[in-house]
Design a protein around this ligand. Sequence first.
Ligand code: BGC
Length: 418
Amino acid sequence: MKAKLFKPILMVSVFIFLFTFHAVAGEVEVLHWWTSGGEARSVAVLKDLLEKEGHAWKDFAVAGGGGDTAMTVLRSRAVSGNPPTAAQVKGPQIQQWGDEGVLTNLDDVARANNWDTLLPKVVADVMKYKGHYVAVPVNVHRINWMWVNPDVFRKSGAKIPTTWEEFDAAAQKIQKAGFIPVAFGGQAWQEATVFESIVVGVGGPEFYQKTLVEADPKFLNSPTMVECFKVLRNIKKYTDKNAPGRDWNLATAMVIQGKAAMQFMGDWAKGEFTAAGKTPGVDYVAMPVPNTSESFLFNVDSFIMFDVKDKGAKQAQKAMARLILEPKFQEVFNVNKGSIPCRLGMSRKAFDDIALRCMNDFIASADMNALLPSMAHEMAVFPAIRGAMLDTVTSFYNSDMSAEKGAKNLASAVKGAM
Ligand code: BGC
C-alpha cells in the first residue's frame, strides 16, 4: 500500500522539480570585485540562493578594492563581444553601458516584483536607462565612516575625535603610546575615499556638491579646497611606512588586531570585523569621519545584465535580479557586507546599532540635503572626470606638492577631462 502511494508522489515531485528547475535552469557568469573575507561571505549568499533554484553560478571575481581593475577587465571582455551575463557596475556608468545598447531590459521582473514601489526613487532612477530597468541595486553603503579600536584609544589615553582638531590631538597621543594612529592603504581609490570625506566635512554638503559632483572649477580651485588638501596631508603624518599599495582590508585588519587605532573607510570595512567575529560597540566602534556627522556620502552597488542569447542564461539572469531584491537576500547579504538594504519596508530586527544608525542617518541627511553621491565610488561623475580627480589626489598625496598647487591642479585636470 505504502509503495503504491509512494510512486505517484515521487513522480509528481520529479515533475515539479523538472518543471520548476530543470526546464529553466541556466548559468550566470557574474563579474564582481568582492574578494575580501567579508565580501566573499556576502556574495556567497547570492550564489547559494541561485543554486537552490537550480541555476549555476560561474564566478568571475576580479580582485582590487573599489573595482577599477574589474571595470578594465569588463571593458575588454565586452569589446571582444563576449561580456559576462551580469556585472557589478554602478552610478553613471550604467548610462554609458546603456548607450552601447548591450544591456537586457529588466522591466518584466521589475513590474512583477513592484520595484517602483520597493525602491527609493533616488535609487530606482540610477538603475534605469531611458526609463527602463537595466540594473538591479544590491545595497546602500556609507563612505564617511571611521572604524575605531577603542582599546587602542584607551591605552593611549586618547579621545575618539569628532573634529579634525580633535583628531590631531588624539593621533599624537596614540603615536606616543607606540601605536599607528591611522591604518591607511595607499591606493588611488582609497586616498580619494578619505579625501572626499574630508571635502564634505571641511567644506560642507554644498561645497561637496559644487566640487565633487558638479566639478565646478571655481570651487575646485578655492581656499576651502586648499584647506581640504592640508587636512589630507596632515593625516599622512600618522600613517606607517608600509601604507603605500596596501589593500583596504589589510588596513582594516590592523585595526582589528589592535596595531592601529582607526581607519577611514566605507562600511564594507564592517564586513571584515563581522567575518573576524568581532562585536560592534565592544571590540570596535564606528563613528562618522571627523566633521561629517550630518552628511552621508552614499554608494549603491548594483548589477547590470548583458543581453544574452541562451534561454537558460536569460532565465538565470531574471532569477538573479528577482532574488537580489527579495527580503531574505537583502537581510543576510547586508548584515554580512556592512551595508544597509536598498529596498524599503524591511524589518530592522537583524541589524546592529551601526546599521540602525546608518539607516536613520540616511533618512535624516536626505532631509538636510546632505545625502550625497560618492565621487570615489563612481556615483557622482563620469569615469573620465573621476579619473582626473583620483590622479590629482594621488599625485598630491604621494609628493610634497603644496595644498595650493593641489587645488589648482585639481581644477585644471578636471577641465581637461570635460
Ligand atoms: C564597493 C563595495 C566594495 C568596496 C571595496 C566599493 O566601491 O561599493 O561593495 O566592498 O568597493 O572593494
